[in-house]
Design a binder for this molecule. Structure first.
Ligand SMILES: NC(=O)c1ccc[n+]([C@@H]2O[C@H](COP(=O)([O-])OP(=O)(O)OC[C@H]3O[C@@H](n4cnc5c(N)ncnc54)[C@H](OP(=O)(O)O)[C@@H]3O)[C@@H](O)[C@H]2O)c1
Length: 286
């Protein structure tokens, strides 16, 4: 099925994750969205991928399943690659076999975070973590095994389903009087609802290629936390701190701001500013 208003059958992998669950709970005219959690579709099982795809026969696959434990990946390299690289390869093979477009969700972690200007879709990748390398290997599987693909790199994802930074802040805000939050990592938060709506618009098109999609505007985690507490009326003393105050197994990119050039060039609808999205989430989803 191509562009136009015809009904589009979409298969969502990782349907119990933050983004996957958002997609399967959307009721959007013109789309039949069927989600599969790991129990129904383990993407590392090529045979199961073939069976499920043959059964549902989607027009497009939105591939949200991933190994996302960034720190754990440093000591579980094979598992991260098994899911993010080999699993994505399986979906690329089978999507092509059944004639479905493939939309692979990727990450700002494919960049090294040393830039001082927003990363463009064509900028050189240079992942610094096992997670980032495994997601880039997934991108490479998609580009080499499929031709009708979208790779959508996103960042700092939060929403109604699953655990995320906003929920953690709200919980800590209820438990503590003061909190330190890192101020030297800059990026763009992404509300799953906005990303999901963008993905539905995207997969209807033939504008294949690599996209950067996050809510627009930039902030540090500290500034994001300030906004979360201001908008939800929680009084707490926040102190900015450095990444080095909280050493983690996987290094975090200092700068993960991404330019949305592909969205503009292809005349698609960019996501709204991050603070507007945060307000919507806090009003509607809490
Ligand atoms: N979260 C972020 O801040 C962020 C930032 C940039 C990019 N992304 C990308 O955005 C996409 C969606 O992220 P998310 O936040 O929704 O992740 P998530 O909440 O961690 O969900 C990922 C889902 O994938 C499932 N999964 C893991 N291994 C699987 C397998 N072998 N077969 C099938 N399903 C499997 C997980 O199931 P289990 O629960 O059973 O493990 C989980 O439900 C991912 O591609 C991620 O790399 C996320």
């Amino acid at each position: 099925m191509t562009a136009g208003s015809a009904n589009l059958k979409i298969l969502v992998t990782g349907a119990n994750g933050q983004l996957g669950a958002e997609l399967v709970h959307l009721s959007a005219d013109g789309y039949t969205i069927q989600g599969y959690g790991r129990d129904a579709l383990d993407i590392t099982d090529l045979g199961q991928c073939r069976q499920v795809m043959a059964q549902f026969s989607p027009d497009a696959v939105i591939h949200c399943a991933a190994y996302t434990a960034v720190d754990k990946a440093e000591s579980e390299r094979d598992e991260a690659f098994r899911v993010n690289a080999a699993g994505t390869r399986n979906l690329a093979i089978v999507s092509r076999e059944v004639g479905a477009k493939l939309c692979y969700i990727s990450t700002d972690y494919v960049f090294d975070g040393t830039s001082e200007i927003p990363y463009n879709e064509i900028d050189r990748t240079n992942p610094q973590t096992v997670y980032g390398k495994s997601k880039l290997a997934g991108e490479q599987a998609v580009t080499s095994l499929h031709d009708r693909y979208f790779i959508v790199r996103t960042s700092w994802v939060y929403g109604k389903y699953g655990q995320n930074f906003v929920k953690t802040m709200l919980k800590l805000g209820r438990e503590k009087d003061e909190l330190k939050v890192v101020h030297d990592q800059i990026g763009s938060p992404t509300y799953t609802l906005d990303l999901a709506l963008f993905l539905l618009e995207l997969v209807r098109t033939e504008c294949y290629g690599i996209y950067h999609a996050s809510n627009t505007g930039v902030c540090s985690w500290y500034e994001f936390a300030v906004a979360i507490f201001e908008e939800s009326g929680i009084a707490i003393k926040l102190e900015p701190c450095a990444t080095s105050d909280f050493p983690r197994p996987a290094p975090r990119p200092a700068f993960s701001v991404m330019d949305h050039s592909s969205i503009r060039v292809n005349g698609l609808t960019d996501l709204r500013p991050w603070r507007e999205a945060l307000n919507h989430y806090l009003e509607d989803d809490q």
